[in-house]
Design a protein around this ligand. Sequence first.
Ligand code: CP
Ligand code: NVA
Length: 308
Amino acid sequence: MTHFLDIDKSKPEALRGIINTALGMKQARVGLSKGTLDADQPLSGQMVALIFEKPSTRTRVSFDVGVRQMGGQTMLLSGTDMQLGHGETIADTARVLSRYVDLIMIRTFEEATLLEMADFATVPVINGLTNKSHPCQIMADIMTFEEHRGPINGRKIVWSGDGNNVFTSFAHAAGQFGFNLTFTGPEPLDPDQNLLKKARDKGVNITIERDPQKAVQGADLVVTDTWVSMHDPQSARERRHNQLRGYQVNTDLMSKAKPDALFMHCLPAHRDDEATSEVMDGPHSVIFDEAENRLHVQKAIMRHCLGV
Ligand code: CP
Ligand code: NVA
């Protein structure tokens, strides 16, 4: 069973294959309208369940459109409407869904839910974000970086802000794709220490630099994300804003990175909090390319999982 659960759980050759497939499939659609089917229909006859226990715009629409372009059918399921949200076990849900569908994509809270789904499903499971990681996003980000700047291997990526789920997938990717990663943010919002230790034990160059101005020196890419994630309590909002204000990505901070540095944000953004509109809409920003590439890279991930 080929699941797509985290970037550190797939082989580097498989990840590279996914990016190459995505680039080819994107190229093949140039000039086509969004509803035109791909020339190849690798998901013909396949049914895909898309389960959301948290809100989503990009993941939801890009998976749905991607499956349809490849000739498959989708079923959008909200966690709260399923028996899953009313006491049925994840294991039973996984076994039942596997009798109806060929592939499951799930966005959920606890990583344990995703892992149990994968353990008990007899069809592939794709991680569409958990509290811990967001691998589909970072695959799209790597594809986007390389389209604009060539190989990401050996480059310097700087994350400014909260050491959250999206950062975790960047840390996983640093080892698999061979880039250097610097985290800059306040100590209470540091990434998980085990994550850092595991990465460093594998020889990944991950550093922490508290001073954002120093951190971005020589950066090829500056990335940030919302200061309050979907799983964070709203009561933490004010404290987090106070802790993170100094890590806002603005024109001054971007001017300290390499002149041709890119800026990324997975979106949704809180404009003028974690990043200014001037940066988001400015010359370094590739935020909408990232969003578009979710579609192409997830199509390649689904093909990889289904072996088609
Ligand atoms: N970046 C991302 O996953 O966006 P959604 O929450 O809209 O799916
Ligand atoms: N860190 C954010 C990412 C949203 C795509 C969250 O988990 O809410």
